[in-house]
Design a protein around this ligand. Structure first.
Ligand SMILES: Cc1cc2nc3c(=O)[nH]c(=O)nc-3n(C[C@H](O)[C@H](O)[C@H](O)COP(=O)(O)OP(=O)(O)OC[C@H]3O[C@@H](n4cnc5c(N)ncnc54)[C@H](O)[C@@H]3O)c2cc1C
Length: 504
């Protein structure tokens, strides 16, 4: 009889775990607290508008590069157009200087040299590194946990040409690299690109290498449709998925995970349990704090958590498709906008007209994101429903006012307003402090936490998958960690790991 895998959470990690489990003849059931698949990888409808809540760039969107194969196995990319951009963003400061951050490294270099010839050395270094990492392919195959000397040696040989650049990019933060620039505008701009100055420079370089290769596109139809395709694949493979089923406890017998208990008291038994839910909740609540890995504990205590965000979206009865040729338009504000405890001097506007499926013809979805690290403020505010709603309305009005200055007529054309705060992420996905990229693995700790444990001590037949065990997170980490776990499961059961790629 086939062994049964019980999976907690239907984010990309949970759905992927289910698909790979089915491909390897395990019975698989997913239990999800929300009424939708996708977790953080989501979108929602407001009147005729689709507000996207996730993907800016999808690693593995191009059939020419390694990770696409995994998305194919999951049925996520077949028949789906991937939309790429000419530029990542366009920043304009108060003095009217504009930095178009092109996706193409050659154009980017030309643009930066035009803006600041005196920074030629740093600009050339940055763009050389971007071009260099276009040659680097994400290894897709065995999980690192299963590497033997016969895997490590070829990997070292493959990595050797990159090692000097890799070490450099992992030894300096984006903020530190930016501080080398003499031009104040470029110095200020670079740390804003990934909204976090403490990420290693490698994060920026790898992201721009993906964009250069057109391997970081946007899946047409948006993030929820992307997740739904994986849900469909899981169901077609014979998996079962149960929504509005919150898991409260993981059942344990003789040091083995043997199932789950739902919030309505029902118990579901299985041979294996995979938690693809938030890492803080899983060991500390679902496992009652009895199986804490010292590495996880240390990370929660010492490592900086990636921030959350406030996302303000508008559905407007205006065709903005000719207004922007890039992913986002950003400008320095004459008066800062107050969001929670922070004042923002810059606004980032994303115009979704590049995906015609998200708004009716002649209309547009426009979104503005503010990255925030004051979770406590939002946690306190949400307790007072009136104050919380009032604050959301005030923020939306300030953002609309600011966009109106740049695009006259915008305010009057607004048909839909939608605001997400850190508490929205907590409510819908349970992620700790509303983060969606887990930890900031900065250069000083990158070696220490390169491989986060996917198990907990003293508990067999149990795995953790998802963004938390592969910081700094992202949609691909959900698929990758789950693929790895099912390989480890197959190894335990002395089975050969198999994958299949559906044609459509
Ligand atoms: C605004 C935004 C922009 C982003 N941009 C990008 C991007 O451009 N590219 C990129 O790669 N990534 C991006 N990400 C990050 C990416 O979405 C996440 O890192 C990834 O989707 C995490 O997937 P996951 O399956 O590991 O976790 P989650 O998506 O958090 O899934 C966990 C699931 O478990 C469920 N769950 C939790 N607790 C329970 C319980 N007790 N019982 C049952 N179910 C439970 C949750 O409801 C959820 O569905 C972005 C995220 C956001 C929010």
């Amino acid at each position: 009889m086939a062994k049964k895998v019980v999976i907690i959470g239907a984010g990309i990690a949970g759905l992927s775990a289910g698909c790979f489990a089915r491909m390897n003849d395990y019975e698989a059931e997913i239990y999800e607290s929300h009424n939708l698949p996708g977790g953080l990888c989501t979108a929602w409808k407001r009147k005729q508008y689709t507000i996207d809540g996730c993907i800016h760039w999808l690693t593995g969107s191009s059939p020419d590069y390694s990770f696409y194969k995994v998305w194919q196995e999951l049925g996520a990319v077949q028949g789906r157009r991937m939309l790429n951009h000419e530029a990542f963003t366009r920043l304009t400061n108060k003095d009217g200087r504009t930095f178009t951050v092109y996706c193409d490294a050659d154009k980017l270099e030309k643009q930066m040299l035009y803006l600041s010839p005196e920074d030629a050395e740093s600009i050339k270094l940055l763009c050389r590194l971007i071009r260099r990492f276009t040659k680097f392919q994400i290894p897709v195959g065995k999980p690192f946990e299963r590497y033997t000397i016969f895997d490590i040696i070829p990997l070292i040989i493959k990595m050797l040409p990159f090692s000097k650049d890799m070490n450099f990019c992992n030894s300096i933060t984006i903020g530190e690299f930016a501080s080398r620039f003499k031009d104040p505008f470029l110095r200020e701009s670079l740390p804003m690109l990934l909204w976090e100055k403490d990420y290693p420079l490698l994060s920026l370089v790898v992201t721009f290498a993906l964009l250069h290769m057109k391997d970081g596109g946007f899946p047409e139809g948006g993030s929820l449709e992307f997740a739904r395709a994986i849900e469909k694949r899981f169901i077609n493979l014979g998996g079962k998925i149960f929504y509005k089923q919150k898991v409260e406890k993981i059942l344990i017998e003789n040091g083995c995970a043997v199932g789950i208990r739902l919030s309505d008291g029902c118990e579901v038994r299985g041979d294996y349990v995979i938690s693809a839910a938030d890492l803080k909740t899983t060991p500390y609540e679902m496992l009652d704090g009895k199986f804490i890995d010292p590495m996880h504990e240390e990370m929660f205590r010492t490592v900086k958590l990636a921030p959350s965000s406030v996302q303000v979206s508008f559905g407007v009865n205006l065709d903005l498709s000719n207004q922007l040729d890039c992913l986002s338009d950003s400008w320095e504000l004459s008066h800062p906008i107050q969001i929670g405890n922070r004042k923002f001097n810059w606004i980032f506007i994303k115009n979704y007209c590049f995906d015609k499926t998200l708004a009716p013809p002649g209309k547009s979805v426009v979104e503005s994101t503010f990255v925030v690290d004051d979770f406590q403020y939002w946690e306190n505010l949400v307790k007072d429903k009136v104050a919380y709603s009032g604050e959301k309305e005030r923020i939306a009005a300030s953002v609309a006012e600011e966009i109106e200055r740049k695009y006259p007529g915008f305010k009057n054309a607004i048909e839909v307003t939608d605001i997400v705060t850190p508490m929205t992420y907590v409510r819908y996905t349970g992620n700790w402090k509303g983060t969606y990229m887990t930890w900031v693995i900065s250069p000083d700790i990158v070696k220490k936490y390169r491989m986060v444990k996917k198990t907990v001590p003293g508990l067999d037949n149990f795995w953790l998958s998802g963004m938390w065990v592969q910081p700094p997170g992202g949609v691909p980490t959900g698929a990758m960690t789950s693929r790895d776990i099912i390989q480890l499961m197959c190894k335990k059961d002395k089975k050969r790991f198999r994958t299949e790629t559906p044609q459509n």
